[in-house]
Design a protein around this ligand. Sequence first.
Ligand code: SAM
Length: 283
Amino acid sequence: MALGKEWFTEVCEEHGSAFSLKVKQKLHEEQTEFQKIEVYDTTQFGKLMIIDGFTMVSTRDNFLYHEMMSHPVLYTHPAPNRVLIIGGGDCGTLKEVLKHPEVKLAQQVEIDERVTRLSEQYFPELCDSNNDPRAALHFVDGLKWVKDAEAGYYDVIIIDSTDPIGPAEGLFNEAFYRDCRKALGENGILVQQSESPLYHVKLIKAMRDAMGKAGFEQFRTLDFPQPLYPSGWWSATMASKQGVLDHFREEESQNKSFATLYYSSERHKVSMVEVPLLAAVLD
Ligand code: SAM
């Protein structure tokens, strides 16, 4: 079926696949200093944000990604008081992080302020924690922020970036991971969106190899459904300075004071067991 202009389609040429959403209208388009941002109103997925032609966030399914980028790592760390988010301009990850009472400081370092300003306008439900006194939003390059960070300052670093191209390219290499490791405390954990287990196993392996060379000792790649992203199957890779990834604050997770739509303490345990497809390739 030829899709007309009433559809937004992201083509994944390399894998011979595409994902389309039926749209009512384009609400916004601008070229910022860093990237092209589009916002659409869709028929069934609410609002849709696109950056440089790639799907970023939709009203309907962002909970999968934002919950799984934040709750597993935060319930794994013994005391996640200081959290750094690199990227995450739509503020969905920040909102989930701030649901944790242990978090005393959540700094979000997003290179492009326009992403956040447009999210405030079109995804206000993702931004309703931005004024939490524990939140601090900074609009600078995450690479420089981490390089300049105080050694051992953070408990958790969440890298919620775009794909490894453009401004995010440097967020997927050994030098950056070395800086992250230095900025993390002794129980520190890094978690990074690591693309599709179906399409990008080589990238995931390269990320983990670079993290290992940077001095991280233990790794785990969680997988979860994410309809909006290529293949509909996504991942987040955790790396710890020491072997803390099997530590699970299970009781706190079970008794959490906030609702989630995908994450649960049972789901946490399952997601920490790497699928055979990944385990077969990764160390
Ligand atoms: N969930 C989306 C995904 O997996 O593709 C990512 C969400 S968020 C919109 C990604 C953000 O990373 C973008 O807003 C982009 O501006 C930001 N970003 C890219 N490179 C960055 C860098 N070097 N420092 C800080 N933020 C960066």
